[in-house]
Ligand binder design. Sequence first.
Ligand code: NAD
Ligand code: WQD
Length: 341
Amino acid sequence: MQKVLVTGGCGYIGSHTIVDLIDNGFEVISIDNLSNSDEKALAGIRKITGKSAKNYRVDLCEANKTRRVFEQNPGIVGIIHFAALKSVEESVFQPLRYFHNNNESLVNILSCAQEFGVPNVIFSSSCSVYGNAKELPVTETTAFQEAECPYARTKQMGEKIIEDFCKVTKEVRAISLRYFNPAGAHESAFIGESPRNKASNLVPVITETAIGKRESMTVFGSDYDTRDGSCVRDYIHVMDIAAAHTACLQYLLGSKNTAPSEIFNVGIGDGVTVLEAIHAFEKVTGQKLNYTIGPRRAGDVVSIYANRDKAERLLGWVPKRGIDEIMRSAWAWQVKNAPKN
Ligand code: NAD
Ligand code: WQD
């Protein structure tokens, strides 16, 4: 079996991707320091797949400890690098912590790929690299605008670090995947999104409100120039994101890449407004949501959604689930994992 290293494998997208990799015949190990997760996700992975993924509790900023994992695991064919800090708000107040964690861990991973002869690297980037995009839908060649926060800047820098590295390091090729708004959970509800900090993303806010963890929620702005006045986003099911990684890995393993480093958008390719998302939740679950319309949230872009043609054309990747399945699975996860009292 081909061995893949997933960093951040106990986190939200990493754990779902491990399931898809195992389902596609890969053996997986993880490095995760559990700074935003715990190893419960590994038990969920085992329940779903019947197979185990070992996690090394190592901080990827510690180069020597990271090297040791590679020494103990010869023959890794690919690295999928999810590990990062991801809070937009926190990054504004702790920029150095974000640059240190997200960029140094990436540099260490690339150094190990080179030193230990791992030929394929996949990097978690984000639609936040586009900033306030000047054209919609955004394609991979749409110019970056000013990053809205230090977190987004770590992703812009991460992509550039990879590009510079792969230009001169012919034995390593890489792909950066720009995810749009990941949401939902595995259909079994054995794994899902369980942030250590208070949720601020729309879908977990919706499910936490419906289950009664919050009394009500606020729609941030209803006077935008959109079809119903609320912001437009591209919500993409986490299992579709997972499948995009497997498709990328197979593409790289088959030497189908067209350049030393490439970039793909990973979104559904369509925009959904906040109010449409809420109505989808109410329709699919039969729950009435207690929400009010409030002021705009600082830093929000009005609309962003992906052109995903490149991923379909080159990777053969097409998302299979829409907003209804996102809401159904996120709700099943919430119901199964809500505290019982
Ligand atoms: P997550 O926080 O659930 O997972 C990240 C994991 O990385 C966590 O388990 C954390 O403990 C681990 N980690 C962080 N720093 C580490 C370090 N220095 N050493 C070892 N482990 C470390 O986040 P996620 O939602 O699964 O996101 C995965 C990746 O996707 C991140 O790079 C994130 O920036 C990117 N991304 C996420 C979203 C989103 O909305 N969830 C959108 C676009 C891009
Ligand atoms: C979605 C929409 C809110 C909560 C963030 C990061 C981005 C990427 C994905 C990592 C917006 C509205 C939300 C609420 C609301 N992450 N909303 N009430 O801001 O599009 O993107 O996650 O790379 O970098 O910025 O996601 O889920 O926070 O918001 O009305 O209580 O829902 O205003 O329009 P966002 P989000």
